[in-house]
Design a protein around this ligand. Structure first.
Ligand code: ZN
Length: 341
């Protein structure tokens, strides 16, 4: 299968993040993408560069002022005399105003970010745009008739919403792929998110829409990031009522529990009868992932790939998380290999 990869990802290297109250080296590193690239190439998939898809396509799922903010955030940070990486330090919690976007960089950051683990550096915009273009290029390849394509997106995307970023995500690559398929003639697209974490951004983007089914299997937000979205009682609203399905599993869940939830997700997808499938492919469900708590083993990733392929749909697989760097390549290649077979 074609695997869309851009070397521009390496321009985003966040350095440090605030993780559970500790300033630690970022888990979301350039090395992740390079290990996946090597594994995917070794498995015989064809690496291709993303196309120069116009930036205006971002506005299919993102707010224009938000996109403008991301593009210019690092320059503004520097022009206001700040040093180092761009990290927010205050957020509009309950009781504070959310209808105003303050003019200064600190207030703007609190307005658009929802955590302090997603630094912006000089090259973040270039990398995020390349990842978005990679996802849309994979969607274009599938629109043109290929059964499936993979986008090696870095930074990941599923936590980024219409006008907020966080969770190592800036632009929502999977949502952009789904919108691209819809704009290309699909009537309905299912988006299945198998990353360990709830795809809160994707859920928000499609919350009131009935042309996208969003299904997410993830660690229970009672204890797992992103904590404030991803509960089973969230089912969409308006025209989107019933088009969101959250399947939270307790931290510590293994393949037995996971397989049941995956089958529930696939059954909901079949009932929706989509024209195409987008998969938010995180492999942070792996047993030795440093920031996650499921217990999947390497042998389970081909089972996930085969199950997804069994839907028989044109499919775009979009890379999300996965922080057990030594095994990330083999786990991703395991999914893709089984899918292609
Ligand atoms: Zn994740």
């Amino acid at each position: 299968m074609k695997a869309v990869y851009s070397p521009l990802h390496a321009r985003h290297d966040g350095g440090f993040e605030l993780y559970r109250g500790q300033l630690v080296p970022t888990f979301e590193t350039p090395e992740r993408a390079e290990i996946i690239r090597a594994a995917v190439a070794a498995a015989g998939h064809e690496l291709v560069e993303p196309r120069e898809i116009p930036e205006s396509r971002l506005l299919g799922v993102h707010d224009g002022e938000f996109v403008e903010f991301l593009r210019g955030a690092f320059a503004r940070w520097q022009s206001e005399g700040r040093q180092g990486h761009v990290i927010p330090s205050g957020f509009p919690a309950r009781g504070l105003r959310r209808d105003r976007r303050p003019a200064g960089i600190s207030g703007s950051l609190g307005y658009y970010a929802f955590d302090a683990s997603t630094p912006i550096v000089a090259g973040t915009w270039d990398a995020a745009l390349a990842a978005a273009r990679s996802a849309m290029t994979a969607a274009a390849v599938v629109s043109e008739g290929e059964r499936a394509a993979y986008a090696l997106c870095r930074p990941p995307g599923h936590h980024a919403a219409r006008s907020t970023y966080g969770g190592y995500c800036y632009l929502n690559n999977a949502a952009l792929a789904a919108q691209y398929l819809l704009d290309g003639g699909c009537r309905r697209v299912a988006l299945v998110d198998v990353d360990y974490h709830h795809g809160n951004g994707t859920q928000e983007i499609f919350w009131e829409r009935d042309d996208v089914l969003f299904v997410s299997l993830h660690g229970d937000p009672e204890t797992e990031y992103p904590w404030f979205l991803g509960y089973a009682d969230e089912r969409g609203a308006g025209r989107g009522e019933g088009h969101t399905l959250n399947l939270p599993l307790p931290a510590g869940s293994g393949w037995i529990e996971y397989e049941v939830a995956l089958e529930t997700a696939l059954e909901a997808t079949r009932r929706f009868a989509p024209d195409a499938l987008v998969v938010s492919l995180g492999v942070d469900t792996y047993e030795s992932d440093p920031i996650s708590s499921f217990k999947l083993a390497g042998k389970h990733y081909p089972l996930i790939g085969a199950a997804l392929a069994g839907l028989g749909l044109p499919t775009v697989l979009v890379q999300e998380g996965g922080y057990a760097v030594a095994e990330i390549g083999s786990n991703v290649a395991g999914v893709l290999g089984a899918f292609a077979d």
